[in-house]
Design a protein around this ligand. Structure first.
Ligand SMILES: Cc1cn([C@H]2C[C@H](O)[C@@H](COP(=O)(O)OP(=O)(O)O[C@H]3O[C@H](C)C(=O)[C@H](O)[C@H]3O)O2)c(=O)[nH]c1=O
Length: 184
């Protein structure tokens, strides 16, 4: 696999290295030794998928707070998404900054998201299936959502006017409203 560290320290874009032959190709998507070599974890304990039934769906911005902070690996198995991460780590030099990558079943790229970063996406295709791998289980009481259009973050979403969100996400608090909880 090819690992490219992103401007938000500890986050990586991971590209497969296909072993091609006349049948097609084989490629690793997770390898503990390769992950550890780059200082990241691969001890995933939970895998999930989300199926998205139209273009423009926004899920997130989600994270789990301590003591259930998660490392997350996200890839797209069908369609394409505009995948976004936001640095919410109190002592990070890039705190408050965001980064986006287009993940798709065509490019087969994955985003590795370290603890303390919020994650969300907007679908770019009429349907999209997203595959998540987490290093800690889902703890609803530790789950937090930051508003996708928080002006202090300023994410440049591809299609904000046609976004479809869950009521929970649509009514999410801003960073300022979560400040004490996130940056305590
Ligand atoms: C995360 C999770 C959720 N659920 C249940 C809870 C709700 O009844 C339903 C949907 O949950 P939620 O609306 O939180 O899921 P999304 O809005 O799609 O959030 C997901 O997409 C964003 C972009 C992420 O990064 C999150 O990791 C992931 O939770 O599944 C479970 O049963 N188990 C789980 O592990």
């Amino acid at each position: 696999m090819k690992f490219t560290e992103l401007p938000l320290t500890g986050a990586f874009l991971i590209e497969i290295e296909p072993r091609t032959d006349e049948r097609g190709f084989f490629a690793r998507t997770v390898c503990r030794d390769e992950f550890v070599h780059h200082g990241i974890r691969a001890d995933f304990v939970q895998q999930s998928i989300s199926y998205n039934n139209r273009r423009g769906i926004v899920r997130g911005l989600h994270l789990q707070v301590a003591p259930h902070q998660e490392n997350k690996l996200v890839r797209v198995t069908s369609g394409a998404i505009y995948d976004v991460i936001v640095d919410l780590r109190p002592d990070s030099p890039t705190r408050g900054r965001w980064h986006a990558a287009e993940l798709s079943s065509d490019n087969r790229q994955a985003l590795y998201i370290p603890p303390g970063l919020a994650h969300g996406f907007q679908t770019l295709t009429d349907t999209a299936e997203v595959f998540y791998q987490m290093t800690v289980p889902h703890h609803p009481q530790a789950a937090r959502t930051v508003h996708w259009k928080d002006s202090t973050i300023g994410i440049d979403w591809p299609a904000p006017d046609t976004a479809l969100l869950s009521p929970k996400d649509n009514d999410a608090p801003t960073l300022a409203q979560l400040e004490t909880e996130l940056f305590a």
